[in-house]
Design a protein around this ligand. Structure first.
Ligand code: ZN
Ligand code: ZN
Length: 219
């Protein structure tokens, strides 16, 4: 209903996958996982707004995968019933959080690795997940193919950065100063060719946003 993007990032070789923000449509997410014969190694939550965690319980039960989020969003996660009441949803059943994410943590699955950026502002415990371009396997493949082209990095931005906009900061735990600090100090530090997968709306790049996002002008 709220059009949250759920991302499933699978290693085509090992079939290990990460599920990011299963907001709703759990059966559709599970169908994709089964169709590609993926093994979910973890479920990652960029922040605990209901549109990002609504399908969490069902996906967790079906896959048995550990759930990882930032501890600063736990309080917001505990308010899930109130969040459901605001938008007229049935309150989703909560799950046990297996592990808390911290700034600089490395998340590994298959041959892939991503880095946790704690980017408070949209919520206190909002995180972005950055997959750098120079992962060992892709680098080796590029050398083998004598290619000088490098794959761009990828950023799963949650509701911190959108194409042409940024996350709202008027909800519980939100702060405009914090989100601007997170964007300037961390997100915009990434290379321009980094592909950004926001929590809502279309894909973009850091370069595009640096150039044309009205909130980031002059950065
Ligand atoms: Zn949100
Ligand atoms: Zn959202």
């Amino acid at each position: 209903m709220l059009q949250c993007n759920c991302h499933i990032v699978g290693d085509p070789k090992t079939r290990d996958a990460l599920v990011i923000d299963p907001g709703d449509d759990a059966e559709r997410i599970l169908e994709v996982i089964h169709r590609h014969k993926l093994h979910v190694s973890a479920i990652l939550i960029t922040h605990t707004h209901i549109d990002h965690v609504g399908g969490l319980r069902r996906i967790q039960e079906a896959t048995g995968a550990p759930v990882r989020m930032h501890a600063d969003d736990l309080e917001l996660y505990r308010m899930l019933d109130a969040q459901a009441a605001w938008i007229g949803w049935k309150p989703p059943e909560k799950v046990e959080v297996s592990e808390f994410l911290r700034e600089g943590d490395a998340v590994r699955w298959g041959r892939f690795e991503a880095q946790v950026l704690h980017t408070p502002g949209h919520s206190k415990g909002s995180v972005c997940l950055y997959m750098p371009s120079d992962m060992p396997d892709t680098r080796a493949a590029a050398i083998a193919a004598k290619s000088t082209e490098r794959e761009p990095g990828r950023l799963f931005a949650g509701d911190t950065l959108f194409a042409g906009s940024i996350g709202r900061t008027d909800l519980w735990g939100g702060s405009f100063d914090s989100i601007m600090r997170s964007l300037r100090g961390k997100v915009l530090e990434l290379p321009d060719d980094t592909i950004v997968y926001p929590g809502h709306g279309p894909t973009t790049t850091i370069g595009n946003e640096r150039e044309s996002n009205p909130f980031l002008a002059g950065n």
